[in-house]
Design a protein around this ligand. Structure first.
Ligand code: SF4
Length: 187
């Protein structure tokens, strides 16, 4: 658990059955449809549209570890303009800490693949905007939702949590960031 003047955040992990997750919580057409409505669509190599079928990724592994980062805001200490300030200053640090943890887990587990929370923000502007190849393909990772995973459904089923959304510039009570690690059985 980490505590700051504005929020605290904690992490939780669950190992879940990948076959059931694929069956119940992966729907590539549905989530790629939502991605089409996003202003970032086609502007990040970590996000749709892809030149491959995301199901081939899910089918290439045997197990899944879900990694939740739960940020709970101290509402009484927030301020006007809170959402933009948080997203510009704090969120990148939280996402980077999550990515470090997930890459460390990936490093401990040969053949595994980390899934980050949300789009890749390793570069100030993704090379895809200029039609160039990814600058850090060895570090970039996809997110669960970019590959068609249902984060809201996974949070409810495996952590008993409900996604909350920011309203305008107002942050929700809590922010839930979900990443993961796709794993292969020891062979
Ligand atoms: S590493 Fe850079 S170029 Fe590659 S997906 Fe991330 S932001 Fe885009």
């Amino acid at each position: 658990m980490e505590e700051t003047p504005l929020y605290r955040y904690e992490t939780k992990t669950r190992i879940v059955p990948l076959e059931a997750f694929r069956r119940d919580l992966v729907d590539v057409p549905r989530f790629s449809g939502y991605c089409r409505d996003c202003p970032h669509h086609g502007r990040f190599w970590s996000c749709p549209p892809f030149a491959f079928d995301p199901m081939t990724v899910w089918k290439g592994y045997d197990g899944l570890l879900l990694y939740l980062c739960k940020v709970t805001f101290h509402r009484d200490r927030l301020f006007p303009g809170e959402r933009r300030a948080f997203e510009e200053t704090e969120l990148p640090h939280i996402k980077a800490a999550m990515a470090r943890e997930l890459l460390a887990l990936e490093g401990e587990r040969p053949g595994s693949l980390a899934l980050f929370a949300g789009r890749c923000d390793l570069c100030p502007v993704c090379a895809r905007v200029a039609g160039e190849p990814c600058r850090m393909p060895g570090r970039m990772r996809y997110s669960l939702e970019a590959l068609g995973g249902d984060c809201g459904g996974a949070l409810e089923r495996y952590f008993g949590e409900t996604l909350q959304w920011a309203k305008g510039n107002k942050l929700p009570e809590q922010l839930l960031l979900l990443g993961g690690l796709l794993m292969k059985e020891d062979r």
